[in-house]
Design a protein around this ligand. Structure first.
Ligand SMILES: [Zn+2]
Length: 298
């Protein structure tokens, strides 16, 4: 993703308690940050201006982390049984496609972090689809299903290979990116005029996140590096010249196994989750996850 004046590599700065200054990728400049809490050997700081939370960690290698283990329940902060949950995930993704088509009916669509390609399979009914996925086995799975999936990260080279697109989706991905501002700027460059970017991520400013604090279900550093608020998304988008078309907190069909898995983690229980519940979908909304639609000027 290249170097930038915005150095967000936390290894450059010592962990500090109390207020300190950090370059905020949402504000686009240095701002004062408050220490919130420490969890999983990571300090969680928060920008006092936009509310963006950040994970301070010295050793996190996404390529070593997003392996097959991440999707099969062998990581307590990953997915319980992603492949087994395909029917539920496909139904949820079909609803996401319907939502996206309210803003853009067709054209070329790119998904960053497309996992096993389940969303792209649904989107392919209306769009010319492509994906980028870091986990090799997940990327292979999509390719075997006939999808155009590049294995790697969303850097200039991979985005260049895909070319210009009309829709870019990042479902629960932006919080994992080491440099979210730079990646979003690249997306913007590869978006056709009038094109949209659809992002889902946790809402750190939500009531549930505020009440739960360090025990929030999405407070999983170092897997999650950023904890966005509506204000931080607005600042980041405005800086990149993208207009915010919509922000909402959608209901979601969730595999029952993932609910059990996350409850077990919250209660500190270890061991195997309940994979037989993968095929059962439950509508869930804690109003602590947001969906944002951004548009590039036509
Ligand atoms: Zn900020």
């Amino acid at each position: 993703m290249g170097s930038s004046s915005l150095q967000t590599d936390a290894s450059q700065v010592p962990a500090a308690k109390g207020d300190s200054s950090r370059p905020c990728p949402a504000c686009g400049r240095a701002s004062s940050h408050t220490f919130r809490f420490r969890i999983n050997d990571c300090d969680i700081l928060q920008c006092r201006e936009c509310g963006l939370g950040r994970t301070e960690t010295s050793a996190f290698d996404p390529a070593a982390y997003y392996t097959d283990d991440y999707f099969s329940g062998r990581r307590s902060d990953g997915y319980s049984d992603y492949l087994g949950a395909e029917p539920v995930l496909r139904r949820e993704f079909a609803r996401s496609v319907d939502f996206i088509r309210r803003y853009r009916e067709g054209g070329k669509l790119l998904e960053l972090g497309c996992a096993y390609g389940f969303f792209l399979m649904e989107a392919a009914r209306y769009f010319d689809v492509a994906g980028i996925e870091l986990a090799a086995q997940a990327a292979d799975h999509g390719r075997r299903a006939g999808l155009n999936v590049l294995q790697g990260v969303a850097d200039a080279a991979n985005l260049g290979r895909i070319g210009h697109v009309d829709v870019i989706v990042l479902f629960d991905v932006i919080e994992h990116l080491p440099q979210p501002r730079e990646t979003l700027a690249l997306c913007c460059q590869h978006l056709n005029p009038g094109g949209i970017i659809v992002i889902t991520t946790g809402d750190f400013g939500s009531t549930v996140a505020s009440l739960a604090g360090a025990r929030w279900r999405l407070m999983t550093p170092p897997q999650h590096l950023w904890f966005f608020t509506q204000e931080s998304m607005r600042r980041l988008s405005a800086d990149l010249g993208l207009s915010v078309e919509q922000v909402d907190h959608p209901w979601k069909l969730v595999p029952a196994s993932l609910i059990v898995f996350q409850l077990r983690r919250m209660l500190g229980l270890r061991g195997q989750g309940v994979t037989t519940a993968s095929r059962v979908g439950m509508p869930v909304n804690l109003f602590d996850a947001m969906r944002i639609v951004l548009r590039k000027a036509a």
